[in-house]
Design a protein around this ligand. Structure first.
Ligand code: NAD
Length: 519
């Protein structure tokens, strides 16, 4: 980690030795094709979550800097929208190659700032890369529709056209994948983009911006600002921004959805979750227990698709002791350490919140079968570590069930029947993801059809759709009506224009005004 950190200090265009304060590197803004030092007097520390060392500082961009970023996006838009779709595709084709070549470097930055294991960080980049690859299909994805001869000599056809300047606001938990859900899809359609990464993990986005520039994206097509509330309000209110993509918590997402919509923008907001894994007694036990443990505790539970709630149906409740044994075997360590299965939580505050939610389980009558609150990681005593935790006897009215924990905590409920399990899942306000584990096709089919959740896995614990589909979380996990990536992503970032056209060979002059609605 230290090696990456010192390398970044000396070599990187996105961090620079700061004149602002001592030797802590600062994150630059990316404005009009240049990595520039902010003039802000408000800075936020970036910590390595495994040590809590300050590894950098990110500015809260000033109003003038944010204005400059938007002006740059706006200036670049007409030429970029007019660039042939094949040329835009070429930029993205080069981009996917450069991301592949730099995948490990991006992953190291993610582990340094976010804490997840290196292998998991590579997965983070890889899942974003798949969206870039998907964006390369723009030449078919952006096609409009045609209908010839809707009446004599008249044809009807539509174009999909870019909107203008779009913006993205990203969370901390997938520093590469989530920004890559946003700007590549928007830009390949001919939009220009203003990105605000999470202030806790800006590094990956900065490196991704550099690679995009190296791929040939013209100056101004992507601009990056940093900050928190002021930057978010700026994006929600600015009249030149036509659409906002947000991923993060419900608190921020609902606020941004409402404020952005009030200003007439399209907003898509992917938000929090409480994902249930329903375990039927006929499931393949070995497979199911491994899937549950991986999906509950991987990335220290800091995934919106983490399978954080198990519903054991009937005899499956007898598997609980084995589930605990498997979870105990996971290795908690700094993300860059060989063999680590899960790393730290993002901040000391996140750790405290998770521990308080575990405490609430005890107070409200649940049983802690495995307790990760007091874990110590040798050599990383100051890190924000929580070990795998399993809470059983959980009831739907308990705080640890109602809140999204966002930590390595699995809450376990029990039911006698599948119908009861479905009822529990459907009564939960979130609809991001769910999974059923069974060897019975009819049971799986019934679950998939009756459960009111946007993404369902059958013997697949984290059913995040590949980018030729869309990410379709529902109910309280999503606001908006057009999802991220896939055909819906293209729809979100484009406006349809429909053309009705008449060309007659003979003289088409009307002999009198056509005052009646044409039929
Ligand atoms: P967050 O909401 O705290 O931050 C997300 C972004 O919003 C950041 O850029 C931040 O600067 C900004 N922000 C934070 N608080 C704000 C506020 N009060 N007003 C305006 N802007 C604000 O989220 P996070 O902690 O970075 O990410 C974790 C959350 O994201 C979890 O709830 C997780 O489920 C969710 N998430 C959802 C998905 C999905 O696709 N559904 C994917 C990843 C993460």
């Amino acid at each position: 980690i230290l090696q990456v950190s010192s390398k970044m200090k000396s070599n990187s265009a996105w961090y620079s030795a700061s004149s602002f304060s001592s030797s802590v590197p600062t994150v630059k803004l990316f404005i009009d094709g240049k990595f520039v030092e902010s003039k802000s007097d408000k800075w936020i520390d970036i910590h390595n979550p495994a040590t809590n060392e300050v590894i950098g500082r990110v500015p809260q961009a000033t109003k003038a800097e944010m204005d400059a970023a938007i002006a740059s996006c706006k200036r670049a838009f007409p030429a970029w929208a007019d660039t042939s779709v094949l040329s835009r595709q070429q930029v993205l084709l080069r981009y996917q190659q450069l991301i592949k070549e730099n995948l490990k470097e991006i992953a190291k930055l993610i582990t340094l700032e976010q804490g997840k294991t290196l292998a998991d960080a590579e997965g983070d980049v890889f899942r974003g890369l798949q969206v870039v690859e998907h964006a390369c299909s723009v030449t078919s994805l952006m096609m409009g529709e045609t209908m010839p001869s809707i009446t004599k000599d008249m044809d009807l056809y539509s174009y999909r056209l870019p909107l203008g300047v779009c913006a993205g606001i990203a969370p901390f938990n997938f520093p590469a994948m989530i920004p890559l859900w946003m700007f590549p899809m928007a830009m390949v359609c001919g939009n220009t983009f203003l990105m605000k990464p999470s202030e806790r993990v800006p590094g990956a986005t900065m490196l991704l911006a550099k690679l995009l520039q190296d791929s040939g994206a013209p100056d101004g097509t992507l601009n990056i600002i940093h900050g928190q509330h002021e930057a978010v309000n700026f994006i929600c209110d600015h009249p030149d921004i036509k659409a906002i993509s947000f991923v993060g918590s419900n608190k921020a997402g609902e606020y941004i959805f409402e404020r952005g919509s009030r200003h007439g923008k399209r907003v898509q907001a992917n938000m929090g979750a409480k994902n249930h894994g329903v375990v039927m007694p006929d499931a393949n036990k070995e497979n199911t227990l491994n899937q549950l443990v991986g999906a509950a505790f991987g990335a220290a539970g800091q995934r919106c698709m983490a399978l954080s709630t198990a519903v054991l149906v009937g005899e499956a409740k007898k598997w609980l002791p084995e589930l605990v044994e498997r979870a105990k075997n996971l290795r908690v360590n700094a993300g860059d350490q060989p063999g680590a299965d899960l790393g730290p939580l993002i901040t000391p505050q996140a750790k405290e919140r998770v521990c308080n939610l575990i405490d609430s389980g005890t107070k409200e009558g649940a049983s802690i079968l495995l307790d990760g609150r007091k874990i110590k990681v040798k050599g990383y005593e100051n890190g924000n570590f929580v070990g795998p935790t399993i809470i059983s006897n959980v009831k739907p009215n308990m705080t640890c069930y109602k809140e999204e924990i966002f930590g390595p905590v699995l809450v376990v409920l029990e039911t006698e029947t599948l119908d009861e399990a479905i009822q529990i899942v459907n009564n939960n306000p979130y609809g991001n993801g769910t999974a059923i584990f069974t060897t019975n096709g009819a049971t799986a089919r019934k679950y998939a059809h009756l459960v009111d959740v946007g993404q369902v896995g059958v013997n697949v614990p984290i059913p995040v759709p590949l980018p030729m589909f869309s990410f379709t979380g529902s109910r309280s996990s999503f606001r908006g009506d057009t999802n991220f990536y896939g055909k819906q992503g293209i729809q979100f970032y484009t406006q349809l224009k429909t053309i009705t056209s008449q060309w007659k060979e003979e003289d088409a002059t009307l002999s009198s005004p056509a005052v009646v609605m044409p039929t």
